[in-house]
Write a protein that binds this ligand. Structure first.
Ligand code: BES
Ligand code: MN
Ligand code: ZN
Length: 497
């Protein structure tokens, strides 16, 4: 998909389609009114006849509109003008992409970014036009999974801005949108791959590809390396699998030398059957998504490298499978983490925290400025926040606030949850320093409490993306979240926006 920015009149565009917004109560947007004027009231008459009422998300394609140079005009319903929020703007874009993909149009000029949206500037509207459009056009394809569909498809979008002098101003927004979309696409592709293809070894290979194309340093620690480091917790999970575990370390160094790096740790369970505490069969296939934290960390480092940000960034991915096996963790087993703290494994299905905790100790060696882990960690987080917000935790208020703001800016939102010591009580063990589960109440909080015990030496945040990393049901698929949130967070830390 190709995006560009332009300033022009809607009636003069020679594209296969011109996209304009209309509101309820026959209120035309500026661009729609312009087309209405040159066509001597054609759009107005369509609306009077009731073919388009402007309801949010509705669309109407009209061909050969008098006075225009394009093949078609796509009218997009934007709802009530006074209620045109950021969410409505995104829905209007989604609807326009959906309407176009059923046609023969290969390119279009959209005037939707000209609409004013409460609290959101033109740069935001341009960036979102790019990310929402790429999102809506995404199709998973992989040689081993499915033949590419060879439909003639929509592949060029010109984003119109209201004034000539906006052109330069929104260039950065366009770049941001493209970089984020690229990162999201990578995260979706990896997330959607089945567990028999996307193994820990495959993730390490993909990290290698990224290292080559984006000039990153790669190191992959093998089982023997992890043994030497004393990663007893991570290795205890890997023991139940025939796939060798990997600890993937990718470094991007465009910050000042000696500047403390930001570290992202992504949970890379390439399939989570639960282990001996086996999960029920229904929807177990979705546990191929249990590496979406890893995928989003890779997507983010790709976006950061594409934007050439002046920052030092390290991505660390503990990767393995969680399967039942004669050698797998058993409930009651006690393992020793790299930190020296012992853990009683009361439920082998709470494996994410077991692999993350050793990665969290490992990254101390980078003397990090900030550590953020991203994990599809708990079903409880889905119950607490549903599928709209990622769970957000941290041991430093300003870090939590910054991540919260980045999510708001990216429309990839997170919601803070408490990490009070009161909850720590729930993971006490009679036999080890801690248990790996804290019971059903506040399950995502006790998981975060567990991780916090390994984050004593740096400022740390945790994103529980169990509810946001993929969609179930008819639209089953990875979402690429929270690449947009993380990229915005890093942009801010690198001194942009
Ligand atoms: N990967 C799962 C979390 C998960 C579950 C994500 C459902 C999305 C949907 C994680 O490893 C897990 O199994 N967590 C357990 C923890 C429990 C045993 C304390 C859970 O949430 O049920
Ligand atoms: Mn699990
Ligand atoms: Zn898991």
């Amino acid at each position: 998909m190709e995006f560009s920015i332009k300033n022009g009149n809607p009636e003069k565009q020679r594209n296969a389609c011109v996209i304009v917004g209309v509101f309820e109560h026959r209120k035309l947007s500026g661009a729609a009114a312009e087309i209405d004027r040159v066509s001597e009231g054609y759009l107005g008459s369509l609306m009077r006849r009731g073919d388009m009422d402007g309801k949010l998300g509705t669309t109407l394609i009209v061909h050969n509109v008098p006075g225009t140079l394009c093949e078609r005009v796509l009218l997009v319903g934007c709802g009530k003008e006074r209620e045109f929020t950021d969410r409505a703007y995104r829905q209007a874009i989604q609807a326009s992409v959906k309407a176009l993909s059923g046609t023969g149009a290969v390119d279009a000029a959209s005037f939707l970014a000209e609409l004013s949206v409460r609290r959101r500037d033109l740069g935001w509207r341009v960036e979102q036009m790019v990310t929402v459009t790429s999102d809506a056009l995404y199709r998973f394809s992989h040689p081993s999974c499915k033949k590419d569909d060879d439909r003639r498809s929509f592949s060029r979008l010109v984003i119109n801005v209201p004034q000539r002098n906006d052109l330069r101003r929104v260039e950065h927004a366009l770049r941001r949108g493209l970089a984020i979309s690229g990162g999201v696409r990578l995260a979706k592709d990896l997330g959607n791959l089945p567990g028999n293809i996307c193994t820990p070894t495959y993730l390490a290979e993909q990290a290698g590809e990224l290292a080559k194309t984006h000039n990153l340093q790669l190191e992959v620690l093998e089982r023997s390396d992890m043994e030497k480091l004393g990663m007893g917790s991570l290795l205890s999970v890997a023991r139940g699998s025939r796939q060798p575990p990997k600890l993937i370390v990718l470094q991007y160094k465009k910050g000042k030398t000696g500047q403390k790096p930001m570290v992202l740790i992504g949970k890379g369970i390439t399939f989570d059957a639960g282990g001996i505490s086996l999960k029920p069969a229904g929807e177990m296939d979705e546990m191929k998504y249990d590496m979406c934290g890893a995928a989003s960390a890779l997507g983010t480092i790709k976006a950061v490298a594409d934007l050439d940000l002046a920052i030092n960034l390290v991505v660390v991915i503990p990767a393995c499978e969680n399967l039942p096996d004669g050698d797998a963790n058993k409930p009651g087993d006690i393992v020793t983490s790299m930190s020296g703290q012992t853990i009683e494994v009361l439920n082998t299905d709470a494996e994410g925290r077991l692999i993350l905790c050793d990665a969290m100790t490992y990254v101390e060696k980078f003397g990090p400025d900030t550590v953020i882990d991203i994990a599809t960690l708990t079903g409880a987080c889905v119950i607490a926040l549903g599928h709209h917000a990622s769970g957000l935790f941290g041991n430093e208020e300003s870090l939590v606030k910054d991540l919260d703001n980045a999510g708001e800016l990216a429309f990839d939102r997170a919601w803070p949850l408490p990490l009070w010591d009161d909850y720590q009580e729930q993971i006490k063990s009679n036999f080890a320093d801690m248990a790996n589960i804290g019971g059903r109440p506040g399950g995502s909080i006790t998981a975060a409490c567990f991780l916090s015990r390994f984050a004593k030496k740096y400022s740390w945040a945790h994103l529980d993306i169990a509810g946001t990393a993929w969609k179930s049901g008819k639209e089953k698929g990875a979402t690429g979240r929270p690449v947009a949130l993380l990229t915005h967070f890093i942009l801010k830390r690198a001194g942009h926006r």
